[in-house]
Design a protein around this ligand. Structure first.
Ligand code: ATR
Length: 278
């Protein structure tokens, strides 16, 4: 739709941003709700990052999503950061108003909403969860699982000290296991999450023996390109319920959109098709 002089503006700031699906995703919702607004890509070099944020606020932007490599820098740049951002040391959404920058992190929200919609039968409190990985994405996943009151969260990472740091920083019932133990970590688990980049197009697959994984366990991959990673394909073939990673991307976008444009958007099958058909 065409814009008026009162159009609400938002965007995604990062470097690079050309591969971001956020403009397409928010653009779909803007169109769907016939909102007088725009969501634009904002590629900004690191030396200009903070200045750009202040300028966007001066220009009347409602806010931005923050993507690589600025999620940590965004935390430092905000005037106020909600617990979700402070806890992860990273901000992916900024709301602007009166020249103030308020940041939060919606990755954990996106992760848990995706699981709850994709596997409505999942009982968080019933069984341990296994998280493979200890990067920024894994932190958001582990924090969300702590909040969901999962009784034990087994974190396995190739570089063990990073997993130890996750346990130390986030607290909760986190248990760190060594990388060669990852197959055995699956016994009695109710959930398995790949939070590494393994399985992504152009990356090797995650090597993980699923023999000890209970058939009742749900399997989720945060990778969404391809939609069905080799891990999800193997899990599905042996009969586990699988939830792909696209939903995490779609759901994490909801709180920002609602804050900037004043409407709670929905994640639908049509939105999934639209974002994928790119
Ligand atoms: P993000 O912030 O997106 O999570 P990251 O911090 O670079 O990205 O983390 C990537 C994750 O994928 C890490 O857990 C990483 O393991 P290391 O901490 O050992 O690097 C994991 N990863 C990437 N390539 C891997 C590989 N070939 N084998 C095992 N783990 C790998």
């Amino acid at each position: 739709m065409t814009l008026s002089g009162r159009a609400k503006l938002a965007g995604v700031i990062g470097w690079p941003v050309e591969h971001s699906r956020s403009p397409r995703l928010h653009g779909y919702w803007l169109q769907h709700h016939q909102i007088d607004g725009a969501y634009v890509p904002l590629p900004v070099r690191s030396e200009a990052f903070e200045r750009a944020l202040r300028s966007l606020a001066d220009l009347g932007f409602r806010g931005v999503n923050v993507t690589v490599p600025y999620k940590e820098a965004a935390l430092a740049a905000c005037d106020e950061v909600e617990e979700s951002g402070r806890r992860l040391g990273a901000v992916n959404t900024i709301v602007m108003g009166n020249g103030q920058l308020r940041g939060f992190n919606s990755d954990g929200f996106g992760f848990i909403e995706n699981l709850r919609r994709g596997g409505p039968g999942w009982q968080a409190k019933e069984a341990p969860a296994v998280v493979i990985g200890a990067g920024g994405a894994a932190r958001a996943v582990v924090a969300a699982l702590i909040d969901a009151e999962v009784p034990e969260i087994r974190v396995v990472n190739r570089t063990r000290p990073r997993a130890d740091a996750v346990a130390k920083d986030l607290g909760g019932p986190v248990r760190v296991l060594d990388w060669p133990q990852r197959g055995r970590a699956l016994s009695e688990a109710g959930l398995l999450v790949n939070a590494t980049s393994l399985g992504m197009t152009g990356q090797p697959p995650l090597e993980l023996d699923l023999a000890d994984l209970p058939m009742t366990a749900m399997v989720n991959d945060i990778v969404y390109a391809p939609l069905e990673t080799p891990l999800l394909a193997r899990a599905r073939a042996r009969g586990n319920l699988v939830v792909d990673g696209l939903g995490m991307l779609l759901h994490q976008a909801r709180p920002g959109f609602a804050a900037w444009f004043g409407i709670e958007p929905e994640v639908t099958a049509e939105l999934r098709r639209f974002v994928l058909a790119d």
